[in-house]
Write a protein that binds this ligand. Structure first.
Ligand code: ZN
Length: 292
């Protein structure tokens, strides 16, 4: 299943993508009397995996010809598909060839940093590049969405805690990132974490270590790798993190970027206003943003 959020006068609404259009979850649940369905993005992400049986049942019933709750996706202004995570956790240097291009040693434990919610942006949303920095770069990443409380889980069971996956672009200002030993400043500028367009549920994705990871700058393919090149797998990252702090439904984990970023190029032409950057993991659908 593919789940999204879209903007309405009353805030972000929850939608399910079908072949016939986007199900307005709140309208369909009301019309069909499905009182167990979470009808807002906040309610859905608070329940996580526990909400999936009711969401699946609703999707089956609501995917009907000419139903009044089916919306045309082209008319919607999308929101970030995960609207308000408690945590946005990122893994640095998690692909072998990216660690090499960055001139960094292959890490022996996951390198963790974070972004804040101010960085979230939706597919199609413009991303402002502040004049306070100049070395702007892209990073395609597989993002994991946690589906239930995870404390001290084993690597073998870790994927049972995953609600689904989405595209994330870990936009970075390299000059700010490298200003001190802490990368935070260069990572969490406003709208520097575009995600989406969809949360793709885990059952649809299968093995998260067999997904292509691609990015394009102004239509030119820049990154073209695969999650098989990850140093620490999704399961290893979840198990490792859950030993130290609690993961909650709706938490977002960006799992690192492969080689092909501007930082790793001999001649570095940084991104600038007017550029258009797209990324895609697997067949999740392209995530495209214009820099302004
Ligand atoms: Zn990254």
């Amino acid at each position: 299943m593919r789940i999204l959020t879209y903007k309405t006068d009353g805030g972000l609404a929850l939608g399910i993508k079908t072949g016939q259009g986007i199900i307005d979850v709140a309208a369909a649940a009301e019309a069909l009397g499905c009182s167990d369905v979470p009808v807002t993005p906040a309610a859905f992400y608070a329940q996580g995996i526990d909400a999936m049986p009711a969401m699946t049942a609703l999707a089956d019933r609501a995917d009907a010809d000419d139903a009044p709750w089916l919306l045309d996706e082209a008319t919607l202004q999308l929101g970030p598909c995960i609207a308000n995570p408690e945590k946005i956790l990122c893994v640095g240097l998690n692909y072998r060839r990216h660690a090499e291009e960055s001139g960094s040693a292959v890490p022996e434990v996951p390198v963790l940093f974070s972004k804040f919610n101010n960085a979230l942006a939706a597919n199609g949303e413009d991303v402002p590049l502040p004049s306070a920095a100049e070395k702007y770069d892209y990073e395609v990443e597989l993002a994991v969405v946690v589906g239930k409380i995870a404390v001290n889980v084993s690597e073998d069971n870790a994927l049972d805690y995953v609600l689904g996956y989405t595209n994330a672009n870990d936009l970075s200002a390299r000059d700010l990132q490298m200003r001190s030993s802490q990368w935070l400043l260069g990572k969490t500028l406003d709208k520097f974490c575009p995600i989406g367009p969809y949360l793709v549920t885990a059952d649809e994705v299968g093995d998260p270590q067999q997904l292509s990871t691609k990015s394009w700058l102004n239509g030119e393919l820049r990154q073209n790798s695969n999650t098989a090149d990850m140093i620490f797998s999704v399961a290893e990252v979840i198990a490792y993190v859950s030993r130290y702090f609690t993961l909650k439904p709706g938490d977002l984990i960006l799992t690192g970027t492969p080689e092909g970023v501007i930082l790793g190029m001999r001649e570095k032409v940084w991104m600038k206003p007017g550029d258009v950057v797209s990324i895609e993991v697997g067949d999740f659908g392209k995530l495209t943003n214009k820099l302004v």
